[in-house]
Design a protein around this ligand. Structure first.
Ligand code: SF4
Length: 256
């Protein structure tokens, strides 16, 4: 995780040099406080007052909760124009959920409903995800949900490699703040984008990749089918249930 942190900080520094004056360089370390839902949309962020230069040089990691640090971080993300996808977005979908979550569900990219609302996993696939979360005795408010890509690709096409490369530092920043024990990747794109070809062979069918435990930066990663795929293939539910049972077992092992 240290290497990831260095990459993020270096990238943020570069952005500042390039004139992105709202970007703040933070030293990411966790501070666990109460479980609170964070809800970040463009409109809500606009109401957050911006720090002055002197205040924002270094965010004091000892005084900020994870929720506050995620909010600060989101201010670096919300106006992002690093790739072409910003041109067509209605909302950038930062992610939402419990900043102290032990479990993160990670999807691929916002769809139409997500783009319209600024929230991840709404619409039919979102409702199904909420049910799946309930099937392992958790509530949506207890976990965190994010996507690899934060702006909707036109026509819901697959994200392109250069778009993933541009966007993934944002996700790594979120993970570095939340520090979950387990990540459940939803679908092949999320899985391959996070784990990379050194851990999963892109030539392998996703059916051979899912349902296994991978190690990434000290976090257990379990891939399963995306809820949107499950809507088209209801027969895959049994496999998803098996994968989520594995996720639950990992969470229970990590319970403190
Ligand atoms: S998809 Fe990611 S990198 Fe591209 S503009 Fe949106 S936030 Fe920025």
């Amino acid at each position: 995780m240290e290497k990831v942190r260095e990459l993020i900080v270096e990238w943020l520094k570069n952005e500042k040099i390039l004139g992105e004056e709202n970007i703040e360089v933070m030293n990411f370390k966790p501070e666990i406080r109460g479980k609170e839902m964070i809800d970040v949309t463009d409109s809500k962020l606009q109401s957050v007052s911006r720090r002055t230069d002197s205040e924002s040089q270094v965010v004091n990691e000892e005084t900020l909760s994870k929720k506050e640090r995620l909010l600060e971080f989101s201010k670096s993300v919300i106006g992002c124009k690093k790739c072409r996808l910003y041109e067509g977005r209605k909302h950038l979908v930062f992610g939402e959920g419990n900043p102290d979550a032990k479990l993160v569900f990670m999807g691929e990219a916002p769809g139409r409903q997500e783009d319209l609302t600024g929230h991840p996993f709404v619409g039919e696939a979102g409702k199904l995800l909420t049910k799946l979360i309930g099937s392992i005795e958790l509530r949506r408010e207890e976990i965190y949900i994010a996507n690899i890509i934060k702006c909707r690709p036109p026509g819901n096409r697959d994200p392109r490699p250069d778009e993933v490369e541009q966007c993934i530092p944002w996700l790594l920043g979120q993970i570095d703040i939340i520090k979950p024990k387990v990540i459940c990747c939803l679908g092949r794109w999320a899985t391959w984008s996070l784990l990379g070809s050194e851990r999963v062979n892109p030539q392998d069918a996703f059916s051979r990749v899912r349902g296994k435990i991978y190690e990434w930066e000290g976090i257990k990663v379990v891939p399963t089918y995306h809820p949107a795929a499950l809507l088209y293939h209801p027969g895959w539910r049994e496999r998803v249930d098996v994968d989520l049972k594995l996720v639950k077992e990992l969470l229970d092992e990590n319970r403190v």
